[in-house]
Structures are given as C-alpha cells and as structure tokens.
Ligand binder design. Structure first.
Ligand code: NAD
Length: 456
C-alpha cells in the first residue's frame, strides 16, 4: 500500500493513527522480514563504503543546503534528487553539474515518486528532508530497500512510529539516524568533552530547549509552502506539547549517556495557553473570522521534565511564538560544576558561586575543545550551515559510513529523542500527568558504553 497525502493529513489530528497509512511491504527480497525483530543495533557496524552514494528526498530550504554541502565532500556521490516540485530538482541538478558533478537522476511530479528513488540499486543512503509527516514512511521504505536512512528532525511524531523505525532498523540491519545537527555545535561538543573527562563530576541535571521566535509566521500571508509555513502551522493548530524537542534534548542526552548507561523513563509536561498566536490572529483578522475560529492548540511555551533511570532530571522547553532571543539552553550540571549556554558560562569547584571570567573561560575552551572541532572547525565554518555545525555532522556521518563505524546517533537515540513529541502532548492533555517513556533499547542501555570522544 502506498501512502497518500490526503489521507495522511486527515490523520494528523489523531495522534498515533498514522500506522495504518504506512507502506506495508518492503522491496522484493526483503518483504517478509519486517514483522520479526532483529538483534540490537547498538554499536552496529555496516559494511564500509568506498564511496557514499546518496539520494535526497525533499529539496526545500533544508534539502537545498544538504545538496550543496554534500557536493563538497569528495567521497560522496549525489545519485538522485526527489521533490514534488520539479523546479527545485532541476535547479539543484544544474548546480551539481556546474560544479563538475554527474547529473543526478531526477524524481519529481508526484507525492509518491520517492518510492522510485528508494528502489534505486546504486544508492547507499537516503536523506529524508521533507516535512515531518513524511519522515517515517520514507525512512521505513528506504531501509526496506536496503538503504541507510538519514532523517531530519523530529524523525517521528508518534510512539508507534518510533517503534517502527526501531523494528525496521533491527530487521533490515540498516542505520536510521536522526540528523540532529545541534549535537555537533562547538559548545555542545565542548560540553560533551567536559562531561567525558569528568570535569563536571557525576551528572545530575540538564536543561534543553528550542526557543526560536519565528515572528508572525502563523499569519495567513506567511503560510506559504515556500516558507515551509503550511505544514508546520497545520501541526500547531491541531497539536500541543513539544513539537520540536530534539535540538536541545539530543546533546543533553549524549552528555548523560542516555540509551548508553542510563535511559529516560518518565516525563511530565505542561503548556501555557496559545496566547500569542491566537491573540495576534484575532487582532489581525477579527475575533469572529474563520482564521480566529480555527484556533491554535500549540501553547506558546511548553515545559517538560524528564526523569532518568539513574535518578537524573532533564528540563526541555519549546517556544516559537513569543518574542525572545534564540536559545537551546544547553545546560548540564554535575557534582563538581556547571556548564551553561546562551551565553556560554562555566563554574567549577572550588569557585562555584561565580561564573568563570573571560580569561579562564578561554583557557578552558582551548584546553577542552572537542577534537572534531579542533581538526575540522575552520573547514566547517567556511562551508557554513548553522556556522559549520551542519557540515561537521555531514563529515562525521560520512566518515562513519566510509569506515564501517557505529554512528554517534543510532536508531534508539532517533526514536527516544523524537518520542517526546507525542509523550509531551499526552501529558499536557492529561493535566501534566506523568507518562512513561518507552525503553526503545529493550534493556540494551544497561550494557552499552556512553558515546566516547570521537575523532576522524
Ligand atoms: N536540523 C535543522 O536545523 C532543521 C532546520 C530546518 C528544518 N529542519 C527539518 O527539515 C525538514 C524540511 O524542512 P524545510 O524547512 O526544508 O521545509 P520546506 O517546506 O522548505 O521543504 C520541504 C520540501 O519537501 C518537499 N516535499 C513535500 N512532500 C514531498 C513528497 N511527498 N515527496 C517529495 N518531496 C516532498 C516540498 O516540495 C519541499 O520542497 C523538516 O523535517 C524540518 O523539521 C531541520
């Protein structure tokens, strides 16, 4: 059964109801294995690749930047591009040829044509860079066709779909990595290094967020697909909770070794009312207008608190509608000190009552810069993509694939970080009731070591 967009959108309102719409069969030769669960994917090493042959689905704002960055990595061949909008595929294909790269195969013109890209024989990885409702069916089918799946954030929107990603990765022995670029930020990697070297002591509490004032992007005139407005705002009209948890949460989970020595086990979540969005819409179009009647459910500020099995806590926030400076919070507190971001501050024993002064902070950064940034930071900054963060993620992902190494972010991270979308909504809708977070590792977290200080 192939997916159909209209039936997808109907189901958006009904969280957890998407499973019936997912493709049920894999490619020839693989179908039949999907109902069985394979061995754990923790530490999974795929066959090393001489060259990494990729197909990219979704050539919008984000997909375009992927095409241009991946084209700059010597061992990567962009074999195929897909988007429902032909002009985007044509534009990027032309740019690739101008750069001396071979013309990629083009798949365009229909909402289902991406199946053909996944079925190509000469592709190793499918990048899924479409609106988030499409992520799971595309990633599942890519894995069923024997490709690794690299999926934009959040990878899935429901618990059921998170499990589908896990089950399918395990059954097909293909990687499924959420493209959580924020794990590769300079400050995030500095914090990771401080945690691994024990500078902050045993970790106790972390704070994370996606606080990004996107202006009045919820007004009708901004709701064009050109700006990616329609699909995001449609979700915000029908859902509450935290729609975008992984940018802040991913790095904090890596600091704490979540799914590798610890795991998230329960969450409670509350949302403010959707004051800003609904008030601005009512003021602009009138309180009895169709726009105001079709009100937003997504609260202006959502706050979740997570408890881990080892007794730590994580606070995660989501706020995109009220005016305030950008922040992912990015705080980690241990028994010997604290690292906080936006702006960067560190305090270490014995001077924990004040933040370090600028000179001491610079010394600390020089001493504990993460090796990935130390070696590749300048090249990454030149290439750009959120200040080099995106390119560093691309380089490291391709390095792991090339060398058959386990990925820094595996399918269990992909599922558990994304699971906060549904779990936070469930908790909010039940007055902040505590909800259980599934153990997507099925107990594997107890024996897997935390992500080390990786290099390339
Ligand atoms: N990691 C980050 O920093 C970051 C930043 C922005 C967006 N994102 C994520 O990236 C993804 C894409 O966001 P965007 O801002 O590029 O959105 P966008 O709307 O600009 O682009 C999406 C593209 O997908 C295409 N598309 C939609 N349905 C399709 C289908 N069935 N088949 C083929 N193509 C299809 C659209 O035509 C469009 O070109 C989202 O999941 C978003 O959450 C991540």
């Amino acid at each position: 059964m192939k997916t159909n967009r209209r039936s997808f959108l109907k189901t958006v309102a009904c969280i957890g109801g998407m499973s019936a719409l997912l493709p049920q069969t894999g490619c020839k030769g693989i179908s039949g294995v999907m109902t069985r669960r394979g061995a754990s994917m923790a530490g999974f090493r795929a066959e090393p690749l001489d060259r990494i042959r990729v197909g990219i689905i979704g050539i919008g704002a984000r997909g375009t930047s992927f095409v241009r960055r991946l084209a700059a990595i010597p061992d990567v061949d962009i074999k195929a591009l897909c988007d429902i909008r032909e002009e985007r595929v044509v534009r990027e294909s032309k740019i690739l040829v101008e750069k001396g790269r071979p013309m990629p195969a083009a798949y365009t013109g229909s909402e289902e044509i991406w199946h053909k890209l996944c079925e190509l024989k000469d592709i190793d990885v499918v990048y899924v860079i479409t609106p988030f409702l499409w992520h799971v069916p595309m990633a599942l089918y890519a894995m069923q066709c024997g490709k690794h799946a690299a999926v934009e954030v959040p990878a899935a929107l429901t618990i059921e779909d998170c499990w589908r990603l896990v089950d399918t990765a395990e059954a097909t022995r293909r990687h499924c990595m959420i493209l959580e670029n924020c794990c590769y930020g300079f400050n995030e990697m500095l914090a990771l290094n401080l945690c691994r070297k024990g500078v902050l002591g045993d970790l106790v509490h972390g704070e994370a967020g996606y606080i990004h004032y996107t202006g009045k992007s919820y007004l009708e005139e901004d709701l064009t697909d050109e700006k990616g407005g329609q699909w995001r705002q449609r979700w915000y009209k029908q859902h509450t909770g935290n729609a975008y948890p992984t940018h802040g949460l991913g790095p904090v989970c890596q600091y704490m070794g979540i799914n590798r020595g610890d795991r998230m086990e329960a969450l409670t979540s509350m949302s403010s009312a959707s004051l800003t969005r609904n008030r601005v819409v009512a003021e602009k179009y009138g309180k009895d207008s169709p726009q105001a009647r079709d009100a937003y459910k997504m609260g202006d500020v959502n706050t979740s608190i997570i408890r881990t099995r080892n007794g730590r806590t994580i606070m995660v926030q989501f706020a995109t509608s009220n005016p305030r400076p950008y922040s992912r919070i990015n705080m980690i507190s241990g028994m010997k000190g604290i690292f906080a971001d936006y702006p960067l501050r560190v305090a270490l024993e014995p001077d924990v009552h004040d933040w370090m002064d600028e000179n001491k902070l610079k010394e600390l950064k020089d001493k504990y810069v993460h090796p990935l940034w130390d070696k590749n930071g300048e090249a990454a900054k030149k290439m750009g993509g959120h200040g080099g963060v995106d390119f560093l993620m691309d380089l490291r992902f391709c390095y792991c694939l090339k060398n058959g190494l386990p990925l820094d972010i595996d399918v269990y991270d992909t599922a558990s970080w994304s699971s906060i979308v549904e779990l936070s909504e469930r908790s909010v809708l039940h007055g902040g009731t505590m909800v259980e977070i599934p153990d997507f590792t099925r107990g594997g977290w107890e024996t897997v070591p935390p992500l080390g200080i990786v290099t390339m």
